[in-house]
Design a protein around this ligand. Sequence first.
Ligand SMILES: Cc1cc2nc3c(=O)[nH]c(=O)nc-3n(C[C@H](O)[C@H](O)[C@H](O)COP(=O)(O)OP(=O)(O)OC[C@H]3O[C@@H](n4cnc5c(N)ncnc54)[C@H](O)[C@@H]3O)c2cc1C
Length: 437
Amino acid sequence: MNTLYYDCAVIGAGAAGLCAGAAAAGQNLKTIIIDRESHPGGVLLQCIHNGFGLHYFKEQLTGPEYAEKVTENAVKAGADLLMDSTVIEIKDGGKEKILTIYSGKDGVTLLHAKAVILAMGCRERCRGNLGIPGDRTSGVYTAGAAQKLLNIHGVLPGKTAVIAGSGDIGLIMARRLSWCGVKVKMVTEIMPFPAGLSRNIAQCLEDFSIPLRLSTSLTGIYGKDRVEYVTIAPVIDGKVDHSKEEKIFCDTVLFSVGLIPENELSKACGIKMHPVTNGPVTDSSSMTNIPGIFACGNVLHVHDLVDFVSLEAEKAAENCVKYVRNLHKGKGEDFREDIPVTAEGALRYILPVSCKKGEEASFYMRSSSVLRKARLTVSCKGDILAEKSLSYVKPAEMIAFTLPAEKTGNLPPGSTISFSLIPVNEEEKENENGKRK
Ligand SMILES: Cc1cc2nc3c(=O)[nH]c(=O)nc-3n(C[C@H](O)[C@H](O)[C@H](O)COP(=O)(O)OP(=O)(O)OC[C@H]3O[C@@H](n4cnc5c(N)ncnc54)[C@H](O)[C@@H]3O)c2cc1C
């Protein structure tokens, strides 16, 4: 059995893993990036459309172009890449983590690392997750599987399609299939608002006159060998009205109904999971509850922009470097001194769930509903630390907020910071009622 020794092991060579690996290796940590696929880049490789990199590289790139640049950065910084290799176990040995890696070529390898960065991305929910009734026919794909089939293998998934769910991958596939001559009959969305980014609704549906049926459920998939038709029905007050069911003839169904962080490995090694994001709970240093194990990118929470993934990954790597250096000084365990952070009002979640006193902290959060105008307030024991007005907040669009170092420098011990998102109208109503000063 092979045995390898590294300062930092990064699991996953998508945008997150490559950017984290580049940053760690750039700070002279002996770093390895491991991926089960043959080529680095992760999901970027199948996203041949542009719209990547405007913030991070200050230019419009396609997914593969972005992947090429971040791979080049990681290699130039001195990170080793280990491809075609799947990490099957992480063992926490305190100051040393032991990864078990399997590859068809080398068999089992044990990798000893001082710190680990989790960057395994996420996977798609499928028909089975939703329990859609009907026949077990061919022609049913997740949107990402259809994207890989078409963009990487050059195979058209069908001729007439219905897309269930208005997530970004489904919207992008609606446009991609239309370009290839596939008739996309509609996109259905169970919620009264779309799940994907506004720009994708405009550029991928409206520009191609593809109807978006909001508050509509896909109730069944039928066909003998191949899909022949699906049934859809309106959702009224949260209930599917089967009496109004319609048949839509098609030979292909794509599901774009959400992503789940890839966390079997993390759970198995005892990492605490966040009940809303289904990714690890991390503090402001991107560290999980296991000292020395960090997380970033879609494995942590699902991102809509790769630029945020890259920035988050660099931050995780920066803290991983500090951790390894502290470990050398014998104080790896005393790494954190955190102030808890909570999400209130219309916020569905916030990450990280704590921050360090007197240190700048970047937070990412999502709303639970669509708000035309809202105010984000950061407070501690009734004192407002920071505020921001937001217009048109949607669950699909992540909110990023940086809390400057001086805002937390003087907070007394035992403080909790609360982030609250309040619809502006509601706030005005509360003002009228004299509840707020
Ligand atoms: C269809 C689609 C369209 C998008 N469009 C845009 C856009 O226009 N603009 C934009 O900015 N962003 C876009 N994004 C978002 C962005 O691409 C992603 O958020 C980002 O690339 C995710 O990077 P990641 O590294 O977290 O995950 P991934 O790219 O998924 O990488 C994870 C890697 O981990 C590997 N892995 C997992 N488990 C293991 C294991 N046990 N052992 C070894 N390897 C493992 C996987 O093989 C994979 O390569 C889009 C995403 C999708 C899916």
